[in-house]
Design a protein around this ligand. Structure first.
Ligand code: HEC
Length: 178
């Protein structure tokens, strides 16, 4: 396999880190551009994975059943938080069109910094006011990591009344559309 990438070009989403190592041991391959591509595409995602684990994003963004994460639903949203802040379900952060696909990196940073997703105010239980203090680099790394997640088809929309969702087995806005 001989691969050449324009720097910063997007790799096919199915290109994994293992593929990268396969390329890296392929004779006659220019190492240098590949190393930059590796840095660009994989290292931020790795740092992002670490940051996401310490920020406990999955604790709220993975739906639970009897206190256990619903399998196959990592980061797919629908976890309901009910309290003084209102009744709100977490968003689907996986890169599926039913999730938050309208996010580009700049928008993602804006949401986590301002607590607004476009014109819509994000519920205060989503701890953006803590996350806003992360550096641009760290937020971009989180964004890069979220892009590597397994896409899960799961619509969650807090502007709609809660209805039963057969996918995550919770009641949340747009649940009946899943
Ligand atoms: C305490 C629970 C909690 C934690 C921890 C949490 N979130 Fe959230 N998040 C939510 C809830 C609930 C919503 C939905 C808020 C709404 O719809 O108003 C949300 C919404 C979001 C949105 C906005 C989606 C949209 O509607 O446009 C993004 C992006 C997001 N979270 C990313 C993250 C990331 C990244 C982390 C970790 C760094 C994280 N969240 C950690 C609860 C949480």
């Amino acid at each position: 396999m001989r691969l050449r990438f324009a720097l910063g070009a997007h790799l096919p989403s199915q290109f994994t880190e293992t593929d990268f190592y396969h390329c890296a041991v392929t004779p006659n391959l220019d190492w240098e551009p590949l190393a930059s591509v590796f840095h660009y595409h994989f290292l931020p995602a790795k740092r992002g994975k670490f940051l996401v684990s310490i920020a406990a994003c999955a604790d709220c963004h993975t739906p639970q059943e009897k206190g256990q994460p619903v399998s196959g639903m990592d980061f797919a949203g629908g976890f309901v938080l009910d309290g003084p802040w209102g009744r709100v379900a977490s968003a689907n952060l996986t890169p599926d069109p039913s999730g938050v696909p309208y996010y580009d990196e700049a928008q993602f940073l804006r949401t986590l910094r301002t607590g607004y997703a476009g014109a819509r105010e994000v519920n205060q239980i989503m701890p953006w006011s803590t996350f806003r203090n992360m550096s641009d680099e760290d937020l971009k790394a989180i964004y890069a990591y979220l892009k590597t997640l397994q896409p899960v088809k799961h619509r969650v929309d807090n502007s709609l009344p809660p209805t039963y969702c057969k996918v995550c087995r919770q009641s949340h806005g747009a649940g009946d559309q899943n």
